[in-house]
Design a protein around this ligand. Structure first.
Ligand SMILES: Nc1nc2c(c(=O)[nH]1)N[C@H]1C(S)=C(S)[C@@H](COP(=O)(O)O)O[C@H]1N2
Ligand SMILES: [Mo]
Length: 392
């Protein structure tokens, strides 16, 4: 009988686990995390009420593209991370070195990998849950996801620095070369090579899964991919061809929004004007083709008609560059009040919209009036607007 022993890296088949495979999967995983990190920084900054450098209003579709990429690369990272972990996990069973300096070095590396893996898993799980509008936690999604992203990217930079020589070797070696680590060639190798998955086969399955993950989410942004986007549930669905994020019922605004007592108040210090919806409809109307781009990755472009916010601000003589608080009829919730930065308020395309595609706004899209501005995260496109307060 063989004595019972803990497995060692050699106990696992090494055929698929050499550095040739690890380097390739790892590189694409790193690219996905890199793109998701940069686009995530953009999204975080765009949602910051205080912007030392104003977030640009052009191109109007900028946030649609960056946030679409954020969600697509994050979703693609899921199969890539699973394959990467499967390929490398036998190394968890490596025996610790005896020499104290090497032991300390390896302990440090293992801690950094534990941090990398746990933060990466946290980002992907919380991101997917958010995109599915499932919030099983009590913490603030945006600040936690943002903070953990810095931890993950820091650990990733360390990991790449430590492993870059192996990555080079893995690419240089090619997929048909010997395994990167000849000592780890296991005894049953020839038998396994005869049947089962090859390295190329494993990589094909991996790229295929990543492509499916991408297609399944990209339809949230790219209209002609909608039919294959099984995950992008909200694309194109909803009244007037635009998905609904929060309905009027869920926001508790039905009565106030339908009431003949509805007014829009524009306020600038002691000056203010109060307008009914008919007053708003009697002002000069503009039509702009602009997307709504939700942080969850979906977006939809529509023709919005309404009054220029700048025209409304002129009624109360607000100076150019003024920051404006946009206040909703909604009484509770984080998005009931948003900050419209000066450059957004002054942009000619920024509207208080009354209609989509020539029809009065659906109640769920923010009737009687909603904000729509270019290159702005969907979460800041406030619906059921009842007040514009110019900061003084
Ligand atoms: N008052 C209010 N406005 C809101 C929201 C909200 O919850 N309350 N949700 C925002 C989010 S997250 C998005 S993506 C857009 C979606 O607009 P739509 O539902 O008309 O597509 O509205 C934004 N405006
Ligand atoms: Mo959103």
């Amino acid at each position: 009988m063989r004595p019972l022993r803990a497995p060692a890296p050699e106990s696992f088949s090494t055929r698929l686990r050499g550095i040739a495979v690890i380097a390739r999967v790892g590189t694409w995983l790193g690219v996905c995390f890199g793109v998701a990190f940069l686009t995530g920084l953009i999204s975080h900054y765009a949602q910051n009420p205080d912007q030392p450098v104003p977030f640009p209003t052009s191109p109007a579709w900028g946030y649609q593209v960056t946030q679409g990429l954020h969600v697509v690369t994050g979703t693609m990272a899921v199969p890539l991370l699973l394959v990467k972990l499967w390929v490398v996990y036998p190394q968890l069973f490596a025996r610790p070195p005896r020499e104290i300096r090497r032991l300390a070095g390896e302990a440090l590396e293992r801690v950094s990998i534990a941090v990398l893996v746990s933060s990466a898993v946290f980002l992907l799980v919380s991101g997917l849950a958010n995109a599915a509008q499932w919030y099983p936690w009590a913490f603030s999604f945006r600040s936690t996801h943002f903070a953990v992203a810095w931890i993950a990217i820091g650990a990733l930079v360390v990991h790449v620095a430590v492993k870059i020589h192996l990555v080079r070797r893995g690419f240089a070696e090619g997929l048909d070369g010997p395994d990167g680590d000849p000592e780890r060639e296991s005894a049953d190798e020839p038998a396994q090579r005869a049947n089962g998955l090859s390295r190329r086969g494993l990589l094909r399955v991996t790229w295929g899964s990543a492509a499916i993950a991408a297609l399944a989410t990209a339809g949230g942004t790219v209209p002609w991919l909608r039919d294959v986007s099984i995950f992008a549930v909200r694309s194109g669905e909803g009244p007037q061809g635009v998905p609904v994020n929060k309905s009027a019922v869920a926001a508790g605004v039905v009565e106030a929004a339908m009431s003949p007592d509805y007014r829009l108040r524009v306020q600038h210090g002691a000056r203010s004007v109060t307008l009914t919806r008919a007053d708003l409809a009697a002002l000069t109307q503009r039509t702009e083709r602009l997307p709504i781009s939700c942080v969850e990755g979906w977006s939809a472009t529509a023709d919005w008609t309404g009054v220029r916010v700048r025209d409304l601000l002129d009624l109360v003589e607000a100076p150019r560059g003024s920051e404006v608080a946009v206040v909703s009829l909604q009484e509770r919730g984080a998005f009931r009040r948003t900050t419209l930065q000066g450059n957004f308020a002054d942009d000619d395309r920024t509207l208080l919209a009354l209609a989509i595609g020539g029809e009065d706004l659906n109640l769920d899209h923010g009737y009687p009036a909603r904000l729509i501005a270019p290159n702005r995260p969907g979460v800041l496109q406030t619906k059921w607007v009842t007040r514009l307060e110019v900061a003084t």
